[in-house]
Design a protein around this ligand. Structure first.
Ligand SMILES: CC(C)(COP(=O)(O)OP(=O)(O)OC[C@H]1O[C@@H](n2cnc3c(N)ncnc32)[C@H](O)[C@@H]1OP(=O)(O)O)[C@@H](O)C(=O)NCCC(=O)NCCS
Length: 121
C-alpha cells in the first residue's frame, strides 16, 4: 500500500478534523497553532494522523489514529516512527497517556520504545 506521511499543512486541517471526528466521535479535540501534526494520506484521503503538543516538559502525544478500515496494516507504526524521528532531533522528552485497556495503542507504544512511568487508577 503506497501511502504518504508528511507534516500537516493548513489546507489539510478540515480533512483532519473529519478524520478526528470519525475516530474519536466523543472527543473535543483542540488544535493549537504550535501543535505538531503528521498525517498519512492514501491518494487524496487522510487515513491517519499523529498529534503532538509542545509542553513545558517536552512533547505530549495528544492522539494517534488510523481510520478503521486501514488498521492492522502498519500505518500507525509508520506515522509514529516518522513523527518520533523528527521530534527526537530536539532531544526533549516525548510522553503520552493511554488507557490501560487500549491494547492496540499500548502495544504500539511499547513496540516504539515508550515505557510505563505512572499508573493512574
Ligand atoms: C492504535 C492505532 C493507531 C494503531 O494503528 P494501526 O495502523 O492499526 O497499527 P499497526 O498496524 O501499525 O500496528 C502497530 C502495533 O499495534 C499493535 N496492534 C495493532 N492492532 C492490534 C490489535 N487489534 N490488538 C492488539 N494489538 C494491536 C501491534 O503491536 C502492532 O504491532 P505488530 O504489527 O508489529 O505486532 C489504531 O488502532 C487506532 O487508530 N485506534 C483508535 C484510536 C486510538 O485508540 N488511538 C490511541 C489513543 S490516542
Amino acid at each position: 500500500m503506497i501511502v504518504d506521511i508528511k507534516k500537516i499543512n493548513k489546507v489539510d486541517i478540515p480533512g483532519l478534523l473529519n478524520v478526528l471526528h470519525e475516530i474519536f466521535p466523543r472527543a473535543n479535540v483542540q488544535i493549537k497553532n504550535d501543535d505538531l501534526i503528521w498525517i498519512c494520506t492514501y491518494g487524496e484521503k487522510i487515513i491517519g494522523f499523529a498529534h503532538f503538543s509542545r509542553t513545558q516538559k517536552g512533547f505530549l502525544l495528544q492522539g494517534i489514529g488510523v481510520v478503521v478500515q486501514y488498521r492492522g496494516k502498519g500505518i500507525g507504526t509508520r506515522i509514529l516512527e516518522f513523527a518520533l524521528d523528527e521530534l527526537s532531533k530536539s532531544d526533549l522528552p516525548i510522553y503520552l497517556k493511554v488507557k490501560s485497556t487500549n491494547e492496540p495503542a499500548l502495544s504500539l507504544y511499547l513496540k516504539e520504545g515508550f515505557f510505563q512511568k505512572k499508573m493512574i487508577a
